[in-house]
Write a protein that binds this ligand. Structure first.
Ligand code: PLP
Length: 470
């Protein structure tokens, strides 16, 4: 596969270059495949559907062709995914796609684990380790730390702001041993990011250590997220004949979004032939994308804190990829967009539990409420010209091409549940008056000793530490 760049279509690189560079330093653009090959129809039409790992292998294949042989790719997939996504029905036309059955209980495990194994593969003939530096405000660090833990040839240093992440998140970051360690920086997330960025531009340091990043713009984190969209849309299509008797339903996929990497992966799956009809971009008060869809003007802004804090992003990095793939008019046909404030999030967690018995996390809750409104008449109201004010919580005023499918009751909704509710236990408990069940792997992490290393917010101290310890 040839990869190009969102800012310069004349750029042509291979997969290895795209993965190891992360982004194109020369243009500031993001790498993107030049085509999205269709998955074999025979595989898509199977009932029962193929296993998640079979789909993952077949979808990954064209993107690594000529660079990773089938036998090695197969090993990477098997090692990355000892767990699977799960489709759970909430009512006859609504499904939760649970993406939290990996080690850190959030969907980022799918992308980070594939990326770690691909980087290790590309580093296999080097005599020195590749040092990954990552600044985190919470969830990314644990997914990356866990994904790279004990992966050969790789070494990870996580920087996080001391006292500014939740106690559970801190435990998930700071209890690794061996090739993964965490530095608790006396500063903010922005300070952590600045230390990492300064290290990347420090030629003296780079002469001594091979450095790389692992952030969410990396194409090797984006591609594997498309695997679960394909798999789950086949599960939902095959189940629908029994659950709701709708033949070939229009599958509407509702995606809680921050940097919009997850949603971009869904677009890739659709391009590759997944039976997905449309998307709902669901978010919190950080409504940069809903505002863009509503008004046509893209206005990045500082992020604000919300209960769905993994989506507290004011300048979503994958906007650039969505823009490279589709025009605004195409986006308006393909997506509905929806946002909720904190009160709406609490109310949604409660309403979901009251109506379905399901305990949902604050991110998934926005998705659930979006679909609840859509299936209960919001799309019909929109089609009749009753447009919601986009500055108020709810749907944006564009009418997607699939609205008629919802109105004619030919659609089902698949809500991506991006994290286990136990990761946001206190918010969920406040909303529903009972604690969500704690998965044993989170419980275990709570009892491990904290190994975080205190770090001054000072570049030279940080650099000296790296040189002395890595
Ligand atoms: C990271 C994250 C998101 C947002 O995903 P993007 O790909 O950045 O849009 C949503 N929910 C949870 C729980 C997350 O950790």
């Amino acid at each position: 596969m040839i990869y190009t760049d969102t800012r310069d279509g004349s750029v042509k690189v291979d997969f290895k270059t795209a993965v190891m560079n992360g982004m194109n330093q020369a243009t500031g653009g993001l790498y993107i495949p030049t085509s999205f090959p269709k998955l074999d129809k025979a595989l898509i039409n199977k009932d029962p559907e193929p296993s998640f790992r079979v789909i993952a292998f077949e979808m990954a294949k064209p993107y690594v062709e000529g660079e990773i042989p089938d036998a090695d790719l197969s090993e990477i997939i098997a090692d990355a995914y000892p767990f699977s996504p799960k489709v759970v029905p909430l009512d006859s036309i609504s499904y939760s796609l649970e993406l939290f059955h990996g080690p850190t209980c959030a969907f980022k495990d799918f992308g980070a684990r594939f990326m770690a194994r691909v980087m290790s593969y590309f580093n296999r003939n080097e005599s020195t380790p590749l040092h990954i530096l990552v600044a985190t405000s919470g969830d990314t660090g644990s997914a990356v730390g866990s994904a790279f833990h004990n992966v050969p040839g790789l070494d990870v240093t996580i920087l996080y702001p001391d006292g500014k992440i939740s106690p559970l998140q801190e435990k998930q970051l700071s209890t690794f041993t061996g090739n993964v360690r965490a530095l608790k920086v006396k500063g903010t997330f922005d300070d952590c990011q600045k230390l990492v960025k300064t290290a990347f531009t420090d030629t003296e340091l780079r002469g001594k250590l091979r450095l790389s990043s692992a952030n969410s713009i990396n194409i090797s984190r984006l591609l594997p997220q498309s695997f679960y969209y394909m798999y789950s849309s086949l599960v939902v299509r095959n189940r629908s004949a029994i659950d709701n008797k709708i033949q070939d339903p229009a599958i509407i996929t509702i995606v809680p979004s921050g940097n919009f990497g997850n949603l971009t992966s869904g677009l890739i799956a659709k391009e590759m032939g997944a039976p997905i009809t449309g998307f709902v971009a669901a978010t919190n008060t950080n409504r940069t994308i809903p505002d863009w869809i509503a008004t046509g003007s893209y206005d990045a802004r500082p992020s604000v804190e919300t209960y769905a804090n993994a989506m507290d992003v004011g300048a979503p990095s994958n906007y650039e990829r969505i823009k490279a793939m589709y025009t605004l008019e195409q986006v308006r046909q393909l997506f509905a967009s929806y946002w909720l404030d904190n009160d709406g999030i609490m109310e949604a967690i409660r309403a979901c539990n009251n109506k379905t018995g399901y305990i949902i996390d604050p991110h998934g809750a926005i998705g659930w409420k979006a679909w609840e409104d859509i299936k209960n008449g919001a799309m019909e109201a929109l089609a009749n010209g009753n447009k919601n004010d986009y500055t108020k919580p709810g749907l944006t005023p564009n009418l997607p091409a699939w609205a008629s499918k919802v109105i004619d009751k030919k659609a089902v909704g698949m809500i991506l549940e991006t994290a286990s509710p136990a990761k946001f236990g206190s918010i969920v408990t406040d909303a529903i008056g009972k604690e969500p069940p704690m998965p044993s792997r989170l419980e275990e992490v709570l009892h491990l000793p904290d190994r975080a290393i205190p770090m001054e917010n000072d570049y030279n101290t940080f650099k000296d530490w790296l040189l002395a310890n890595l």
